[in-house]
Structure formats: C-alpha cells, structure tokens
Design a protein around this ligand. Structure first.
Ligand SMILES: Nc1nc2c(ncn2[C@@H]2O[C@H](COP(=O)(O)OP(=O)(O)OP(=O)(O)O)[C@@H](O)[C@H]2O)c(=O)[nH]1
Ligand SMILES: [Zn+2]
Length: 358
C-alpha cells in the first residue's frame, strides 16, 4: 500500500474504515499551493480542492489543511482530482504566530512524530533562536531533536555542543556533516516506518541538503546547486512531505526568518525545566525572580549554577508571552469580528459565483 510510505500508523486503519462507511477516502497532504493540495491516497497522487461546505466552516487559516494533514476526500471521476471534506484531528502541530496578527496561528506542518531543529555549526549558532524553536517544538507535541549541521566547517564542535546541551535539557543532539557523511547513520533511528519528521530551521542551515541525503537522491534543490548554474541562491519556498527509503517520511520546510511564539501553553515550561525546578523552591509562589528575598533563581545566578544569559532569555520570553496574552485579550475581539466579516464576504462571493455558473 502506497500510504505505508507516508507515515501510515495502525490507528489509520480504523480511521479509514470509518471514513469509507461515509463514502470518503483517507489521504495525506504532501504539498500545498495556496488553497490547492497535492494529496497522496491509496490510488496514487491527486490534486485536491476543498469542498464548499468546508470553506463555509473555516474561519482561521488554522482550520484549512496543511502539509502533513490526513484528510477525508472524495475522488472525482476526472482523473487525479479530488475534493477535501474534512481534516482528521491533528496529533501534533508545529505553528508560529502569523506575522502581524495576535490571534492567527500559522501552521508550518502537522502530524510529525519528531522535529529536527537544524542549526549550522558554521554560521553563528544562536542559543536564543534555538530556545524559540524549542518552545514551539515542545508546544507542537512532537519530540524535538537538535541537529547541528556542517560539522566539517567547525573547529570547536565539543564546546558548541556543550553550549547547546545547557539550554536544551533532555533533548538529543546530533552533530552532522552531510559533506563528510558524518552522523547521518545515527538519524535513521528516527526514520522508521510510520514516522514523520519535520525539518525546521533558518534558511541556509542545510535542511534540503540533509533531506536529499536521507532520501538518497535530489528531491529538493539546494543553494550550492543553484549557485553553480549562476542563478543565485535557491531557497526552499514550499513545504513538502517526502517518503524515505527507511519507511518514514520527512516534511522539508522553508527557512523561517522570524519565529514569533505568541500564545503558548506548555512549550515554555518544557524548554526551561531547569528554571521551573528552581522556581519551585522560591519562597514566594508568585515570585517574579527579579528582586524577591529567598528566590532560588537569583541564588542559582549568584552560585553560578544558572547562566546569566539563560536567565535574561527566560525573563525576556516570559515578558513576550505576557505581552501577547494581554494584547490577545484586547485585540481578539476586534480581529475576530474582522475575520468573520471577511470570511462571510468570501462565502457570499463564492455562492454568487456558484449561482452564476448554474
Ligand atoms: N560544508 C558543508 N556545507 C553544507 C553542508 N550541508 C549543506 N551545506 C551547504 O549549505 C548551503 C545551504 O544548504 P541548503 O540545504 O540549501 O539549506 P536549507 O536549510 O535547505 O535552506 P533554505 O532552503 O533556504 O531553507 C548549501 O550551499 C549547501 O551546500 C555540510 O554538511 N557541510
Ligand atoms: Zn524566584
């Protein structure tokens, strides 16, 4: 069965059965072009649009399908075309705050078991950026794995690895070089049948190069290749789900310039477990860890067991989250009204067009 190579798990047997009673097929979104989706089904690849009813019910971009989603669809008589009726509830979702919005979450990919957070050992390794990725990775529900790439260009791998260990508590770290075929074999444990991996990281860290290596052939153009043919830097501009030879599959995503974290719930606690554990021993329950007496965090700073940069980063992110929470409350109402207005306008327009076509 084709879907076995696209992250099929035993639970999908039951989902498929339920859907087939309702006359639907089960498929997985592998590519998205605006509101058109390339979906893999048992019968092969189809180009799918969303049903009118679906469009009617969708308010936020979060409601629409995204790469990695399992969807219920009907195949059309016309070859390779289909209509999506429903998104199967997501097990995990990697999202970030949409730029310029306080309530819109922008989904990057869905239903990953593992997320590879890729940072280059060559270009400056940024701990604060990594913390942001970690927050969103924990929040997604998937297991984060840190991949430090381009090890062949780095002379102090051990010290960089130690720096990362200090901020990524309990997260596996792999130093790799695709060029030297170093550390790649270790990754195969994550790529077994039924597994879906999300590849995330800034532009140029080597995500597509790693994807090509894992697939065993060039599926994604990489920057070096495009540089050779003189067309300048190529950057991945779309997300794509790619099957792997070991049975798992991979979602390659374009590099993210800005990682807005928005309204998160558990990701912050998981990322800063070291600080959370300390905070439990603070004298005051609502300690702000800035000036209170008997603050365990301030004590750890004095002892040197907690690094100042990490403490500052924690306070900054906490402030950012508080700010978001306050802003969300006020703006939510206004933005929701605006969105509803816009969507109902779109829906009216859609109905009008439909009538005209009849
Ligand atoms: N030296 C070295 N260079 C690498 C390695 N892996 C990737 N590169 C180079 O890094 C550059 C960027 O690689 P890409 O794979 O295109 O990066 P990306 O993360 O997919 O970038 P976006 O598509 O923009 O998100 C290319 O010139 C690669 O050849 C490596 O292991 N060692
Ligand atoms: Zn405290």
């Amino acid at each position: 069965m084709i879907l076995k190579n696209y992250g099929w798990k035993s639970e999908h047997n039951q989902i498929k059965e339920i859907l087939s009673k309702e006359g639907f097929e089960l498929g997985r979104v592998i590519l998205q072009h605006k509101r058109l989706y390339r979906v893999i089904t048992e019968h092969g690849e189809v180009l799918a649009s969303i049903s009118g009813k679906f469009r009617f019910g969708a308010v936020y971009s979060f409601d629409y399908p995204c790469v990695g989603d399992w969807v219920a669809l009907t195949l059309q008589k016309e070859e390779s075309k289909a209509v999506i009726h429903r998104v199967i509830p997501r097990r995990t979702t990697f999202w970030r705050q949409a730029v310029g919005s306080t309530i819109e979450k922008q989904i990057v990919c869905a239903n990953m078991d593992t997320v590879f957070l890729v940072q280059s050992l060559h270009e400056d390794l940024n701990m604060r950026r990594l913390e942001r990725y970690l927050i969103l990775a924990w929040e997604s529900g998937a297991q984060p794995i840190i991949i430090l790439s381009k090890a062949d260009l780095c002379y102090d791998i051990d010290s960089k690895r130690r720096q990362v260990e200090q901020i990524a508590i309990g997260v596996p770290i792999h130093c790799i070089s695709v060029y030297m075929n170093q550390g790649i074999d270790e990754l195969t444990t994550y790529l077994q049948s039924g597994q879906t991996i999300g590849l995330l990281g800034s532009s140029g860290v080597g995500k597509s190069t790693l994807a090509n290596q894992l697939v065993g052939q060039e599926v994604q153009k990489t920057q070096a290749i495009r540089e050779k043919d003189g067309r300048g830097r190529h950057t991945t501009t779309y997300r794509e789900l790619i099957p792997l030879p070991h049975g798992g599959c991979l979602i390659d995503t374009p590099g993210m310039r800005e990682i807005q974290i928005g309204n998160i719930h558990t990701g912050m606690d998981e990322t800063f477990t070291d600080i959370q554990i300390l905070a439990d021993s603070c004298h005051f329950r609502n300690c702000s860890h800035q000036s209170e007496p008997d603050c365990a965090i301030l004590q750890a700073l004095r002892d040197g067991t907690l690094k100042l940069e990490r403490y500052i980063s924690f306070l900054k992110l906490q402030k950012e989250l508080d700010y978001h929470a306050r802003k969300t409350d006020k703006k939510k109402e206004l933005e929701e009204k605006k969105l509803w207005k816009q969507r109902s306008h779109e829906q009216r327009q859609h109905l009008k067009n439909k009538k005209r076509l009849k």
